[in-house]
Design a protein around this ligand. Structure first.
Ligand SMILES: Cc1cc2nc3c(=O)[nH]c(=O)nc-3n(C[C@H](O)[C@H](O)[C@H](O)COP(=O)(O)OP(=O)(O)OC[C@H]3O[C@@H](n4cnc5c(N)ncnc54)[C@H](O)[C@@H]3O)c2cc1C
Length: 367
């Protein structure tokens, strides 16, 4: 959101408590063109992916850092039907008229998949990418701190920004770090925390906790691993779980837990269960190493701000015409956030409503 406003030359104030356990910090940042056992294309893939690539590469240049990695992702098929469906839908080469980001697959050879349990084979999906969210957020924060536009603090919304009951444009006034700020518009990008903000507490969020493990191999297991074909060591692989090889470690995720909406990982039975679920999924898809040989370096969890229909939730407040939200990113924040932020800026600039399929009030309008 900050980058979209900055690109338009707007002056801005970003207020974030910098929670290293936020959904964005915990996320693996995977951006995948084809999802689910029906091999469906990710919703509005072409539209979001092209813009995301343009956005992240532009910010890499501006901040002189690297966080957007374009690389095919590997998918292990769960059944012969899934394999056939994927081949039928996505294995034809793109025609000249087709968009260059249209998803495509190519089958992996059995050799490339050695080490994995892949009775139905697997494929490369492309284009695909991974956003290193920690580096992206860090570089972004540094940039806006230099601009004097970033404030690492908590806003007590009920006290500092009480919701008016009168309709119209609201004269906001906010004290941040001894400065008095009078913005023309406010955009709440709070993820799951929006639930306790009365401005947008009626957002139709259907959140889900996600757990993610950082694992490391040691000793003999490192040698077994080093002997595997490079695909297993270098690519993101999706099956019941996903594995992301990164700097000699592996990220494994993610659970989808709608019952425990917090980021706790210690001393709770449900957290231990979620950990075990991920280790077992990893073992099922990658049995060569053996479950006991993976050393757990870190277990993290956060709550994804998902929506009921799995589409984002953006747009204007019901009666305050200069208050907006960007939320409902679910498990697709890395892909969708850049273009959605542009749309929120368009709404602010033109006074028009959000795209009806993205508008957070779409259910009220019976779309
Ligand atoms: C385990 C896991 C794996 C995931 N994997 C992926 C993936 O592979 N790919 C993908 O695209 N997405 C993934 N996601 C989802 C992704 O994290 C979300 O889509 C996205 O990050 C949500 O971003 P957000 O900015 O809406 O919310 P958040 O990241 O929760 O950010 C909200 C921010 O608002 C701040 N805030 C809230 N209230 C206040 C206040 N009153 N004052 C100050 N600051 C406040 C918070 O501190 C926080 O920094 C994953 C999520 C999890 C949990």
């Amino acid at each position: 959101m900050a980058w979209a406003a900055h690109r338009r030359g707007w002056s801005l104030t970003i207020v974030d408590r910098v929670d290293l356990q936020s959904s964005s910090h915990v996320a693996a940042g995977l951006v995948t063109p084809i999802t689910g056992s029906r091999s469906a294309a990710t919703w509005r893939w072409d539209y979001f992916f092209e813009f995301a690539t343009k956005h992240y590469t532009d910010i890499e240049t501006r901040t002189e850092s690297s966080f957007w990695y374009l690389q095919p992702a590997i998918r292990l098929f769960g059944s012969s039907q899934e394999r056939e469906r994927a081949i039928e839908r996505w294995s034809q080469p793109r025609t000249e008229l087709e968009h260059k980001v249209r998803p495509q697959i190519s089958l992996c050879s059995p050799d490339e998949l050695s080490g994995f349990h892949a009775p139905f084979g697997g494929c490369r999906m492309e284009p695909a990418a991974r956003l290193d969210t920690t580096t992206y957020l860090h570089s972004t924060r540094k940039f806006f701190q230099k601009q004097g536009e970033f404030f690492a603090t908590e806003v007590n919304i009920a006290e500092q920004l009480p919701l008016p009951d009168q309709a119209g444009s609201y004269p906001f006034e906010l004290e941040i770090a001894t400065r008095s700020i009078r913005p023309d518009a406010i955009v709440f990008c709070q993820g799951f925390d929006a639930r306790s903000n009365e401005w947008f507490s009626s957002l139709p969020l259907h959140p889900a906790r996600g757990d993610i493990l950082t694992l490391r191999l040691e000793g003999e297991a490192t040698a077994i691993y080093a002997d595997l074909p490079s695909l297993a060591r270098t690519h993101v692989v999706h099956s019941d779980a996903w594995i992301v090889p990164t700097n000699g470690k592996h990220l494994v995720g993610a659970t989808y837990d709608r019952h425990h909406l917090n980021g706790q990982v210690d001393g709770e039975e449900f957290a231990a269960n979620n950990r075990q679920i991920l280790l077992e999924r990893l073992n099922n898809m990658f049995p060569t190493i053996g479950i006991d040989r993976w050393n757990l370096e870190q277990h993290r969890a956060a709550v994804r701000p998902a929506s009921y229909d799995r589409h984002p939730l953006i747009g204007r407040h019901r009666w305050v015409s200069n208050a907006y939200t960007l939320n409902g990113l679910g498990s697709k924040g890395s892909l969708m956030a850049p273009l959605l932020a542009e749309q929120v800026c368009d709404c602010i600039e033109t006074g028009q409503s959000a795209d009806p399929f993205l508008d957070w009030q779409r259910r009220d309008k019976s779309l």
